[in-house]
Design a protein around this ligand. Structure first.
Ligand code: BG6
Length: 485
C-alpha cells in the first residue's frame, strides 16, 4: 500500500508570466513582469535587483517592443504551444498542473468594467485541453504579473482601490472557469511583497512619497490579505465544492549555533515567515506580529470591517514553495549563501545548486511537520525543484541525474512526513518544463523535466526534449511515490 493518498495530486507548477510569452497579443495589457529585464553576466547573489526598479527604468521599458532583454515577454511560447506541452505532461502521468492566470489578459489595465473576451477564450481552451488529458488544474490568481497600469497609477497594492479591482477580476475567473477549476490559490508567495515589492505588489520605491517603503509594503500586504479573504468567500459562494488555498514561501530558518542570540534570530525569522499564513488561516493578525509592526513604527489602517472580512474568508488549505532552508547567526561576519530572493548564513552541512541555493531535503520534512502542527489544515507543496545548467547532448537528451537526486531526496522526506501523520494532498514540482527564471530572467536556469531549446537571449528553436528526469518522474507518479529509484 502506498504512503500517499490514493488521489494524491502529482504534477508540476508554472506561472503565466514565465511561460506564456505573447505579451502583446490578443489584447493583453502590460504587466509588471513585462518590464523585468535580463542582465548578462549577472551576479547571482544580487537578489536585491528586484528592489532597484525605478520610474525611469519602467518608462524606458514601456517604450520598447524588445523581447530579448525583457524575456518574460516571450516566455517559452506556451501561449501557442500549450497543447503540445500538456500532452507531454500527460505522458508523464500528471494528475494536476498548477498554472496562473495573467490578470492582464483578462483586464489589460486592471480597471476595465468588462473582461477581454480573447483572454477568457484562451484560458477556457487551456482548461478544456487539461480536461481532455485528465489533468486537474490548480490555479493561482496572482503570480507576479499584475497590470503595470495599476502599479504606475496607484503605486500598486498600496492603494486600497486595488482590492475592488482584484475582486472584479477574480469574479470573472470564477464565473468563466469555475466549471473546470476546483482548486484555487490567491496570491503566490504573498510574503514576498517584503522581498520584492514591485514584482509581487507593483510598488515602485521612488513613488513612495508620503510614506516609507516599509509602510507601503505592510499596507499593500494588508490589502492583499483582504482581497484574498474576499475572493475566498466569493469562490465558495460561486463554485460548489471549491477549495481555496493561501500560499507561502517556506523559508525554514535554523540557528547557526545554540548561542541564544542565534536561536532568537532564527525564531524571529520563522515568526515573520509564518505571519502571512497565520493571518490567512486563523483570520486575524497574531498579537506578536501587531506589536512587531508597531515597534517598527508601522501603523496600518485596519478597520473593524477589515477584521470581519479576514475572519469570514479564511483559507481551506495551505500551499507552499520549498527550495531550501536558511540559517541565521548573530555574527554578521559569517560566510553567506544565496537563496530564493534571500541571503543567509552558509550551512556547512549542506551542498548547493549551481545558483548557490543550499539543498536541504530534511528541511522539507521539518517544514511539513511544523506547518501541519501549527495550522491543522491540509497541505500541498506547490513548488520544489532545482535550477541547474543543463546540457543538451548530441543524443537529444539531457542526463540530469543531479535533478533526479534532488527530487528523489525531497520526495523521500515528504513521504516520511506523511508517515508521521502530516495531511499532504499533492506535490507540484517547479517546474515541469524549462522557463524564464523569476529572479534572474535567465533561460539558462533550468528546472524542467522537459528541455526547451532557447538561450538567455531568446535564440533557439523552442523545440522540446525529454530529459532523463522525465522518465524518472513518470515512474514516481505511476507508483504513487513508491518507486523513487
Ligand atoms: C518561486 C516563484 O519563488 O521560485 C517562482 O514562485 C520562481 O515563480 C521560483 O520561478 C524559482 O525561482 P527562480 O528565481 O529560480 O525562477
Amino acid at each position: 500500500m502506498s504512503t500517499f493518498k490514493k488521489n494524491f495530486l502529482w504534477g508540476g507548477a508554472l506561472a503565466a508570466n514565465q511561460v506564456e510569452g505573447a505579451w502583446n497579443e490578443a489584447g493583453k495589457g502590460l504587466s509588471v513582469a513585462d518590464v523585468a529585464f535580463f542582465k548578462p553576466n549577472l551576479d547571482v547573489s544580487d537578489y536585491a535587483g528586484h528592489n532597484k526598479i525605478t520610474t525611469p527604468m519602467i518608462e524606458e521599458a514601456v517604450k520598447t517592443q524588445d523581447a530579448t532583454y525583457y524575456p518574460k515577454r516571450r516566455g517559452i511560447d506556451f501561449y501557442h504551444r500549450y497543447p503540445e506541452d500538456i500532452k507531454l505532461f500527460a505522458e508523464m502521468g500528471f494528475k494536476t498542473l498548477r498554472i496562473s492566470i495573467a490578470w492582464t489578459r483578462l483586464f489589460p489595465k486592471g480597471i476595465e468594467e468588462e473582461a477581454n473576451p480573447e483572454g477568457v477564450a484562451f484560458y477556457r481552451n487551456l482548461f478544456k485541453e487539461l480536461k481532455a488529458n485528465h489533468i486537474e488544474p490548480i490555479v493561482t490568481l496572482s503570480h507576479y504579473e499584475m497590470p503595470l497600469y495599476l502599479s504606475r497609477t496607484y503605486n500598486g497594492w498600496v492603494d486600497r482601490r486595488l482590492i475592488e479591482l482584484f475582486v472584479r477580476y477574480a469574479k470573472v475567473c470564477f464565473k468563466e472557469f469555475g466549471q473546470y477549476v476546483r482548486y484555487w490559490l490567491t496570491f503566490n508567495e504573498i510574503d514576498s511583497v517584503g522581498r520584492h515589492p514591485f514584482t509581487t505588489a507593483g510598488i515602485i520605491p521612488d513613488q513612495c512619497i508620503d510614506y516609507t517603503l516599509d509602510e507601503a509594503i505592510y499596507q499593500a500586504l494588508h490589502h492583499q490579505y483582504l482581497a484574498a479573504a474576499l475572493v475566498t468567500k466569493l469562490c465558495h459562494e460561486m463554485i460548489p465544492n471549491s477549495q481555496v488555498g493561501c500560499m507561502l514561501t517556506k523559508l525554514t530558518t535554523y540557528p547557526n549555533t545554540c548561542n541564544p542570540q542565534d536561536v532568537l534570530l532564527a525564531l524571529e525569522r520563522n515568526l515573520d515567515n509564518y505571519a502571512p499564513a497565520d493571518i490567512q488561516i486563523f483570520g486575524e493578525y497574531p498579537a506578536l506580529y501587531k506589536t512587531f509592526l508597531a515597534n517598527k513604527g508601522i501603523h496600518l489602517q485596519i478597520t473593524e470591517e477589515d477584521e470581519a472580512i479576514l475572519k469570514a474568508g479564511t483559507a481551506d488549505f495551505l500551499a507552499f514553495s520549498y527550495y531550501m532552508s536558511r540559517t541565521e547567526s548573530a555574527d554578521p561576519n559569517k560566510e553567506k549563501a544565496a537563496g530564493n530572493t534571500i541571503m543567509s548564513v552558509k550551512n556547512p552541512y549542506l551542498a548547493s545548486t549551481d545558483w548557490g541555493w543550499q539543498i536541504d531535503p530534511v528541511g522539507l520534512r521539518i517544514s511539513l511537520v511544523e506547518l501541519y502542527d501549527r495550522y491543522h489544515v491540509p497541505l500541498i507543496i506547490v513548488e520544489n525543484g532545482m535550477g541547474a545548467h543543463d546540457q543538451l547532448g548530441d543524443d537529444g537528451c539531457v542526463h540530469d541525474d543531479y535533478r533526479i537526486d534532488y527530487l528523489r531526496a525531497h520526495i523521500a522526506e515528504m513521504k516520511k512526513a506523511v508517515e508521521m501523520g502530516v495531511d499532504l494532498f499533492g506535490y507540484t514540482s517547479w517546474a515541469p518544463i524549462d522557463l524564464i527564471s523569476v529572479s534572474t530572467s535567465q533561460m539558462s536556469k533550468r528546472y524542467g523535466y522537459i528541455y526547451v531549446d532557447q538561450d538567455d537571449l531568446g535564440k533557439g528553436s523552442l523545440k522540446r526534449y525529454k530529459k532523463d528526469s522525465f522518465y524518472w518522474y513518470q515512474k514516481v507518479i505511476a507508483s504513487n511515490g513508491e518507486d523513487l529509484d
